[in-house]
Structure formats: C-alpha cells, structure tokens
Design a protein around this ligand. Structure first.
Ligand code: DAH
Length: 359
C-alpha cells in the first residue's frame, strides 16, 4: 500500500472514531508495535542507503502526521466526555435545601397536643401559670393551710429566700392546681380551662421522677354537677385512647380543694405486656377530681353562692405510658436519642380530631 493510501485510510479512521476506546484501536492498528505503519517502517532496514533516506523521511512525516491527528482527536473526545458529564451531573446550587428532619416529637408533647385538641373540642381553653409558684397559690388558696397534713404529702422543693426575709418561700409547683386560682382570678366565672404543664416533687423510682407533667381541668358555671364531670372524663378517655368503649371507676377520696372528691380508675388488661384499654380486669388510677370547694372559689374571687363546678388533675406521663405502651417513666427524661426515635412522633403530624389523633 502506498503512503498516500495509508495516510487517507488512517486520517479517515481517526475522524470516524466516536469514543476514546475506538480511537485507541485505530492508534494500535497504525502505530502500535504490530501496527501497519510500524511494520512499514521495519522494512527500512532492508533498503539500500539512498532509498532508505528518501523513504525514511516520507514515513516519518506520515507517522508524525497520524500521531498528531490521534492526539488532537483524543483531546477532543476527552473534552466531549467531560462536557457530557458536566451536563448530566448538573446541580442547581441555588435550589432551596430539602430539610430532612431528624428530630421527633416527644410522647409528652404529643399527648399534650392530643389532649388539648380533645378538650378544645369540648370548649376548654388552655390556661398557664408559672412553675416557680408562691406558697399561697400552690397551697393556701387551694384550702391547704400551713398546718395541713397534705403539705407533707407533696414532697415540695422550696426556693431560697433572701436572709432576713421571713415570708414563706416560693416553691416549684407541686401540681397544676394553682392555675385554677390564677385562671379564675383573671377571668372570673363561667370558665372552662385546662392547664397542662410541668410539676415537681422530690421522688424518684420506676414510676416517679422529680419533674413530671399534669393537666388540670376546671369547669365553673351555674349548675355543673358530678354528672358533667363523669361525662367529660369518659368522653375524653374515649377520644384519647381511640377506643369505642372505656370504663371508668369513681372511688370516693379526699382532696382539700374539692368536696366531694373522687379518684378515677380506668379498666385495662395486660396480656403479655400488651396493655388494652376498656377490657380486662385491671384498674389503673389516672386522675383525681371533684366539685371545687367553696373556699377555693372564694379565694379566687368567685362567689360560691352563685357558681359551682368540677376540677380534675391527671398525670400526663402516665396516660402517655398507657396509650403508647411505654414501660419505664424515667426514660422519658433521659434524652436518649434511640428512645426518642423509637417512641417519638413525626414533627409535622399535628394531632387533630378529624384526621385521627395519633395516626
Ligand atoms: N392536685 C392533685 C394532685 O396533684 C390532683 C387533683 C385532684 C387535681 C383533684 C384536682 C382535683 O383539680 O379536683 O395530686
């Protein structure tokens, strides 16, 4: 094959190579050890000196030309490959980030949202009070005078007083009941409120932590009775535990701030550690309640001759354990991420009655 034909053949082949691999095949066929041009150049050794000089120069020229064409094409193919990668791996860094929330809603927060939704549906507003409370709101106004034995049962945390200040020290509120006084003092009667929040007592074992949560309920009007209390609590439990049938048991009890007073148990079964509400032969105490004592109404500026009503105080952590099958109360407050991921709730699923409370 003469040099002109060889040149045309390989320049064409280089142009036709569509990938770097195809181009490499062309290079081997022309310039590789066993390539056509390499083989041709090996014939130079057998030529006589004059012939070799002329042929050698022409062959070198051809080899250099094809080598240059191969390199140029290779660079072009590499550029094209890079451009294709840049096109397909394109990323718009101006797009807003897509947040993937890692946090979850704590069961206590979830239960507070759930019970707020249920009581809101029955016309109860949410009332609040401070966690550092005066002795008067936490005790006296609730008909627990200084010498009353109920004060001992509360295992109270006391705040410091300045030296020489002999007034009774403030306390970490031992229950949410002082919010009853605050709400009635602010709004008078009639009134319907719940007050969920933190309370504190010096106690620590599998079912007690020094900080825990209660929800207070208060309904004052002209002719409210224990029957209204019973209906309200049954209605709440049906909605909260998401079962058709609940059974509550009212047991006569005593609280200084109610008369009469009742503790309320809920029927449940425990089959192999699985708790079921509304069936079985076990009872769990979930709250204290009663008709608000006339002295409590009077302390809050509400006339007990015109107004009456019920109140209750329920353990939020306890009903959370019951509903979501959480065995140990202490784990609630250890901030263990594995526990939170297991028992926590998706951040954007707000409980509402129409959509189902816990979904
Ligand atoms: N304050 C009580 C406690 O912490 C609970 C309670 C009982 C609240 C009866 C009430 C009530 O409002 O009527 O143990």
């Amino acid at each position: 094959m003469d040099l002109t034909t060889l040149r045309a053949k390989y320049i064409e082949a280089v142009a036709a190579a569509a990938t770097e691999a195809a181009l490499e095949d062309v290079r081997l066929a022309a310039l590789g050890k066993k390539g056509e041009i390499s083989a041709l150049m090996a014939t130079l050794g057998k030529m006589d000196p004059d012939q070799r000089k002329a042929a050698g120069a022409a062959m070198n020229l051809l080899r250099d030309e094809i080598d240059a064409a191969l390199r140029a094409k290779k660079a072009g193919l590499a550029d094209a490959a890079l451009n294709e990668r840049l096109r397909s791996e394109w990323l718009d860094v101006t797009l807003p980030g897509r947040p993937r929330p890692h946090g979850t809603i704590h069961p206590v927060s979830q239960v507070m949202e759930e019970l707020t939704a249920i009581f809101a549906d029955m016309g109860f507003a949410v009332a609040e009070g401070p966690q550092v409370e005066s002795d008067w709101y936490n005790f006296d106004a609730l008909n627990i005078p200084p010498e009353h034995p109920a004060r001992q049962e509360h295992d109270t945390f006391f705040m410091h007083r300045a030296p020489g200040d002999n007034r009774p020290p403030h306390v970490l509120r031992t229950h949410t009941s002082p919010v009853q006084i605050r709400a009635m003092t602010e709004n008078g009667a009639p009134i319907r409120v719940i007050a969920p929040g933190r309370v504190y007592r010096m106690d620590m074992d599998q079912t007690h932590t020094p900080m825990f949560h209660q929800v207070e309920g208060l309904a004052i009007d002209r002719d409210i009775s224990m029957a209204n209390l019973k209906w309200t609590l049954e209605e709440f439990c049906r909605a909260f535990f998401e079962v058709d049938r609940v059974e509550l048991r009212f047991r006569a009890s005593h609280f200084p701030f109610t008369e009469p007073s009742a503790e309320v148990d809920i029927r449940y079964s425990n089959v192999g550690g699985q708790l079921r509400i509304g069936e079985g032969d076990k009872w769990m105490e979930i709250l204290g309640s009663g008709m608000v004592h006339p002295k409590v109404l009077a302390a809050a500026g509400v006339d007990p001759d015109k107004w009456q009503g019920f109140a209750f105080g329920m353990g939020i952590d306890r009903i959370a354990m019951l509903k979501y099958g959480i065995p140990d109360l202490r784990a609630f407050f250890e901030s263990d991420l594995r526990w939170l991921r297991h028992y926590g709730f998706a951040a954007l699923d707000m409980p509402d009655l129409a959509g189902g409370l816990s979904r």
